[in-house]
Ligand binder design. Structure first.
Ligand SMILES: [Zn+2]
Length: 434
């Protein structure tokens, strides 16, 4: 029989469709699944119980856009325009240093940072994704890996045409892995060929995989698409059939008037990376407008070379604030709505909401415990307000992924944090002199 443990706390925030908050509440975990939730007065008899007291039990947070191993380039080139940053700094460094070992070490660094911030799932679009899967499995975080498809040779795939074989093989390898899933990661419309995008579409359809692509990040790339293809990137992707797939359009800072109708589909989601966009001065996506139009918005940190951290708390707080600041309406994107962007709405975006995104009976036991016994979370009149406008990484106490306690009292239990930091420091020594 599987192990059963009951967690109790002042708040159980389900993030289900009804917006259930149980106070005080409990969640019963059996093996890797949630067996029941309820008021604390109804706690079932069980052998093991963890009482968190003045805390919030919330779903594990979902980071919908990431390039994990880029954390080894955190701060290596800042305060630059996107194209200069990418073409003159990041891509040359990647060409020189990226290897399976680099990806493994950089991914572990990011996973440790994310587990300590209550993130239990991330997508990853990068290279040598088998190493990403290996690091995530070891550390016990969920990841939807995406081997980057680009028009030119990448550090992991020398022949751009063969990336589809790599993705196909990964889909087969990780089919029955609990923590790892696979998606089709097309870099962008400007860094892929039309033929590649068609093949991305075909592969996604054949293997029933989600697609992710950077899109409309800068005004310049939108203008270039219109000049080259005679249409916006969204219209281009639509004509190629990709908007019929389950797809996450990453950034979407610059939607054009004809794009909006294409975005109003349940299979299409906007993935905003607000701090990355702000830092690279790409602009601010129209968050309030997307939400008003019924377009699903979820959030990602982007890689740590452009953010420069993987703190998803800062992203959902910013989503609520930017929506209000842009619309001059404080009612836009209230706290609960912002939290949905990193829980249930993110799970819906990737088609995994039957398993993740809320604390409900039968779903995976991916849970984050937020300690409210801190000055920044005192007093707590409304748990959503506290979580979105006041709390942060420093309040994350425990994390469970698939029922496994991967963070205990703020310490990662699955890997040696000191060792992970030491390896990252070694890489920095090699990268630094350039
Ligand atoms: Zn990105």
């Amino acid at each position: 029989m599987s192990n059963t443990v009951v967690l109790t706390a002042r708040y159980l925030v389900s993030m289900d469709e009804k917006g259930t908050v149980l106070s005080p509440g409990y969640v019963e975990i059996e093996g890797n699944k949630i067996k029941s939730i309820g008021h604390q007065s109804e706690v079932p008899a069980t052998k093991e119980r963890i009482d968190y007291g003045n805390a919030g039990i919330i779903p594990g947070l979902l980071n919908s856009h990431n390039h994990m191993a880029m954390s080894l380039m955190r701060g290596v080139a800042d305060d630059l325009p996107l194209d200069d940053w990418l073409e003159n700094h990041i891509w040359p460094l990647e060409g020189r240093f990226l290897s399976p070992e680099y990806i493994y070490d950089g991914t572990l660094l990011s996973v440790v940072e994310m587990l300590k911030s209550g993130t239990t799932f991330t997508t990853d679009m990068y290279f040598f994704e088998d190493e990403v899967a290996r690091a995530c499995t070891q550390a016990g975080i969920r990841c939807m890996i995406g081997e980057g498809a680009m028009a030119f040779p990448t550090p992991s795939v020398k022949d751009p045409g063969s990336v589809f074989d790599v993705i196909r093989k990964q889909a087969k390898t990780y089919r029955s892995e609990e923590l790892i899933s696979v998606h089709v990661a097309a870099h962008s419309t400007y860094a892929t060929t039309e033929e590649q995008l068609v093949r991305c579409d075909e592969l996604a359809q054949e293997l029933d995989l989600p697609v992710q692509i950077h899109c409309a990040e800068s005004k310049k790339e939108v203008e270039e698409s219109i000049a080259k293809h005679g249409k916006t990137q969204i219209a281009y992707l639509n004509d190629l059939g990709l908007l019929d797939r389950r797809i996450g359009l990453v950034h979407m800072v610059w939607p054009q008037s004809g794009d909006w109708e294409h975005l109003k589909r349940d299979n299409v989601s906007v993935v905003s990376c607000l701090q990355s966009n702000l830092k690279l001065a790409s602009g601010m996506p129209p968050i309030a407008h997307y939400v008003d139009e019924g377009i699903r918005v979820c959030l990602g940190t982007d890689g740590a070379a452009s953010n420069n951290n993987l703190d998803i708390w800062e992203e959902f707080r910013l989503a609520a604030l930017i929506a209000k600041g842009q619309s001059l309406d404080p009612i836009k994107v209230p706290a609960e709505r912002a939290l949905r962007m990193v829980t249930i709405d993110a799970a819906k975006a990737w088609g995994i909401d039957s398993l993740l995104g809320s604390i409900e009976k039968g779903k995976a036991a991916d849970i984050t415990v937020v300690d409210l016994d801190h000055p920044n979370t005192t007093p707590c009149y409304d748990i959503y307000s506290t979580l979105v406008y006041a709390a942060g990484v420093s309040n994350v106490k425990d994390v469970f992924v698939a029922g496994r306690r991967v963070l205990k009292d703020g310490i990662v239990t699955t890997v040696d944090e000191d060792e992970v930091l030491a390896k990252a420091a070694n890489w920095a020594e090699k990268i630094k002199p350039l």
